[in-house]
Design a protein around this ligand. Structure first.
Ligand code: ARG
Length: 246
């Protein structure tokens, strides 16, 4: 790009970033959430969410680096300005919208129950008297807290979702409730765990969004434009196929 504008007045996609936008944006992600974000053998952060943000950044002329950020501190890191953007399979909720701004939704999800293959759990309500593992502060935690009561001693809260699933495998839990994509991925890659999944239509449908600090309208607009661009040019569909196979 030579800085020429097209008929709509927007700069061509390949134009060099302006000085202001050239700062490398710190993107926070809790990279223990395959296939959305995880660390490979080399310690690189990889996954569907990562590829989506890279593609969005390329469209929007943004430079990004990914910073592994524990889930429990991730929203604070954004609010305090330590991260510019969050991508972490974050469900857009009314409560979260009060403290941060979300992009347009980029992924549909729902809670899914993991139990041992021989368990007699057939629906979410069956978990009422059981020992259930969740990742602290997730929508899975919210769902089980609603079912059992927030202070139920049968709710076991973990720092990461894989830790909860490992504890289920070890026999320390009766079930885990987490996002469907992550549960399905774990079951597919850990046949030895002998899990089965139980779905329930009573779970609220969820949508993931990228999060920016409340009021960062400039970055949000760029992110939303980038998302719209990758959806319309087939990039998003190719990434979806790469990770979810359909
Ligand atoms: N979608 C769920 C939520 O927003 C769980 C997200 C957890 N993400 C992660 N990378 N650990 O509460």
């Amino acid at each position: 790009g030579c800085g020429k504008k097209d008929a709509t007045g927007s700069a061509p996609a390949a134009s060099a970033p302006t000085t202001a936008s050239a700062r490398v944006l710190a993107v926070g992600t809790d990279a223990a959430y395959a296939p959305f974000e995880s660390q490979n053998e080399k310690g690189e952060i990889v996954g569907f969410d990562i590829d989506v943000v890279k593609a969005v950044a390329a469209k929007a002329g943004l430079e990004v680096k990914f910073v592994n950020t524990p889930w429990e501190g991730i929203f604070n890191a954004l609010n305090q300005g330590d991260r510019d953007l969050l991508v972490s399979a974050i469900t857009i909720t009314d409560q979260r919208k009060q403290t941060m701004d979300f992009s347009s939704p980029y992924f549909d999800a729902v809670q899914l129950i993991a139990v041992k293959a021989d368990a007699k759990v057939a629906k979410f309500d069956d978990l009422k008297p059981l020992k259930v593992g969740v990742q602290t502060g997730t929508t899975g935690d919210e769902a089980v807290s609603k079912l059992q009561g927030k202070t139920s001693t049968n709710i076991k809260r973990f720092e990461s979702t894989p830790l909860a699933l490992k504890e289920l495998e070890a026999g320390g839990l009766d079930a885990v409730v987490a996002d469907n994509g992550v549960v399905i991925n774990y079951v597919a890659n850990n046949a030895g765990a002998k899990f089965k999944t139980v779905s329930d239509t009573s779970f609220t449908p969820e949508q993931y969004g990228l999060a920016v600090k409340k009021g960062n309208a400039e970055l949000l607009a760029k992110v939303n434009k980038g998302l719209a661009d990758i959806k319309s040019d087939g990039t998003y569909d190719n990434l979806y196929k790469k990770y979810f196979g359909t």
